[in-house]
Design a protein around this ligand. Structure first.
Ligand code: 13P
Ligand code: SF4
Length: 349
């Protein structure tokens, strides 16, 4: 059992000796312990672009969750190996859309609406779902480009199927002026489309998935703050529910949240509705501001937190020993179709 200090020394040593053969991107939700070693930090879109741009590193040790490592593998060259320090670092939202469910939904929806639908998937989805979307003319979305991409999709077809996060889908479409009664929910557990009087006019079909971290920011948190501290600005991630986003002052991706805090006037008060590690880091690095988590119990993403010093040290050690572990390799056929979906997105933003 190594102490944290020994682990840090070991990681620094291997990182130095691998030099530019190693690239270590870190998502904003990673622990401070990991962020300190990151070559770049970013939101999902930035990390996808940065991984795609790096043609130099033989090893990309992705400090984030599994779908991000898959995306990096799809966008890098075949001789670059993408490694996820702990394979249990999944994403519960990505797991809410499996391939068979998606095929069944598509069959039912195209039977009902004909050739008037285009599928979009949040990048928080498996490579197989991205491939499905790529094969059907659709593309991917991140929380920082959702408006642009949904606008594009609705220029292509009358309707979109938005996977797997109903909240990002609903928040984005509403922002673009689509009323809630033109949005329907597809339940992938019972294979049922929620019906309404406007079913035939519907523009957006939302997959019934959500982020279990962001659903913990709730209306009573906002109501309580509005009563006790009306001057505290509430800033949330668009994976929060529509009600919460509407009741907040502003919403945006992790990098948008960081930008807003970076330009906040001194001593201003903020309540932030996103993952705990990012909120804590914003609190630590902005002592001139008064920042709290919108949910006072904080909200960690358990899977993001699986990437820790022991796993990072272990995965780097194995690279150093010439026997890499936890290599994320998307099968060629899936990668090819998923790349179509990702490339379409990257061309649009
Ligand atoms: P962004 O970093 O793109 O805002 O996404 C947040 C998230 O939940 C990633 O899993
Ligand atoms: Fe997935 Fe939510 Fe964690 Fe992001 S915060 S990785 S969407 S479970």
């Amino acid at each position: 059992q190594m102490t944290d200090r020994e682990l840090i020394e070991r990681i620094s040593f291997v990182k130095n000796s691998l030099g530019r053969d190693l690239y270590l991107p870190g998502h904003h939700y990673q622990k401070d312990d990991i962020i300190r070693f990151a070559d770049d930090t970013g939101d999902s879109l930035q990390l996808a672009k940065l991984s795609a741009a790096n043609r130099e590193a033989g090893f990309v040790v992705f400090c984030g969750v599994h779908f991000m490592a898959e995306t990096a593998d799809i966008l890098t060259d075949p001789d670059q190996q993408v490694i996820l320090p702990d394979m249990r670092a999944g994403c519960s939202m990505a797991d809410m859309a499996d391939y068979d469910q998606t095929e069944r939904a598509w069959e039912a929806l195209t039977h009902r609406f004909g050739n008037t639908i285009i599928p979009l998937t949040y990048v928080n989805s498996t490579a197989a779902i991205k491939a499905f979307v790529g094969r059907h003319g659709g593309t991917c979305v991140t929380s920082s480009n959702a408006r642009r991409i949904v606008t594009w999709a609705l220029e292509q077809k009358k309707r979109i199927l938005f996977l797997p996060d109903q909240h990002l889908g609903r928040n984005t479409a509403y922002d673009l002026g689509i009323p809630l009664d033109e949005m329907l929910v597809w339940d992938p557990i019972s294979d049922v489309l929620e019906e309404s009087v406007k079913t035939d006019e519907c523009r957006v079909i939302l997959w019934k998935g959500h982020c279990s971290v962001h659903e913990n920011f709730r209306m009573p948190h906002i109501e309580n703050l509005r009563k006790t501290e009306p001057d505290r600005r509430i800033l949330v991630h668009p994976e929060c529910t529509w009600e919460v986003v509407q009741a907040s002052d502003d919403a945006g991706s992790t990098s948008y949240i960081i930008e807003q805090i970076e330009k906040a006037p001194g001593e201003s008060k903020w309540a932030i509705g996103t993952e705990m590690n990012l909120v804590n880091r914003l609190i630590q690095s902005n002592p001139h501001l008064d920042i709290v988590s919108l949910n006072p119990f904080m909200c960690p993403c358990l899977t993001m937190n699986r990437i820790d010093l022991p796993h990072l040290a272990w995965s780097l050690d194995r690279i150093d020993a010439g026997k890499p572990v936890n290599v994320v390799r998307v099968p060629d056929q899936i990668a090819e179709d998923a790349r179509k979906a990702l490339d379409r997105m990257l061309e649009l933003v």
